[in-house]
Design a protein around this ligand. Sequence first.
Ligand SMILES: [Zn+2]
Length: 410
Amino acid sequence: MSDPGRGAPRPAPPASRRTGALAAGLCVVLALLGAAAFAVLRPGAAPSGAPGEDAVGALLERRAAAVARGDRAAFLDTVTPALRAPEGRVFDNLRRMPLDAWRERFAGFGDVAPSGEASVRVTVRHRLRGFDRAETGRERTLRLTWHDGGWRVSGSGAGDDPEIWDGGPLRVVTGAASLVIGDAPEVAEISRRLDAAEPVVTSVTGRGWARTSVALAPARPAVARALAGSSSPDLTRIAALATVAPGVDGGRGADRVVVSPGTFTRLTATGRDVVLTHELTHVALDAARDTRTPMWLIEGLADHVGYKRANLGVREAAAELRADVRAGRVPSALPDAAAFSASSDRLTQAYQESWLACRMIARDHGEKILLHLYRTAGRTSESAALRSTLGLSLSRFTAQWRTELRRELG
Ligand SMILES: [Zn+2]
């Protein structure tokens, strides 16, 4: 659910899938260091084989407790010497975040590890105080090495997705209606823009949502891709997107706006407001969990709200679609889901077509009816929703929209 130029993918439950070249490189080095340390420092009581589940659980408990009470030394005592610098940065980032809970839960033993190491799958769970209604969690792999009389964390999984706390020093800004976390320079600016967007969004969607948002603004595109989830498209075309951080134990997870570094900063001030207001509309309407509402309504309504404060003419904001219309290529149907896929060559036009459809409905019928259509189309068919809310068949509505495109852009 993002925005073109912007462009938005239909978000799917994020999953671990990325192969981290950096992490892989790190693991190779750590494995070598671990082996060396094992040979030199191995105490009298060496372990026999892999650690038991109890030993792993105790180690993970010590890590969570150290984070909770801010005991950096205790946290670093759970890792091998080679890992103290990177894990120290992780600890510092975790302590900057308003965490109600951060813990790693044992999820199973991983693949066979190199000699002297164990591989453990854990679910890293956390909840952001004052913002998240439920815990979120992602699976990661920890490598454990017997070192200095105990099992210690000696590395992470090569294919694990990075988290926001794996980046540089985090800035955390809590605004009136937003929490923004990241190592990108725009953290405070994003918070300010999200705060200003909230009343605009609420004026259209009504007050039946949390009216707060959490945005993640990583400095590295690789982190943004991981946070965006498995369906993450080419983020060089997307400035921000709304997604759901996966829940645990069947929970609903938590809404996140992920800001794409580089792409976002190329936008003008107006463009940044449009994009963030657009994404906040998705959050307010729970679009990232919506599998029924037609995409043209999801994206068109978000753009309608996004453009409300922007002093931009239609011909300027829909320049690509205008070129098509003026060349005689007036679309024959509202854009379908495929038109919004990252590989669609008419992605930009799909957004513009949707925006103009929703803009027309808001102008001719009012925003309340537009919202009513949106909600109805999430429960019934598109044509039934159009008929019951606008009194129009799908073909009649499509004809009106095509006339609108010619009039506004021709
Ligand atoms: Zn969107």
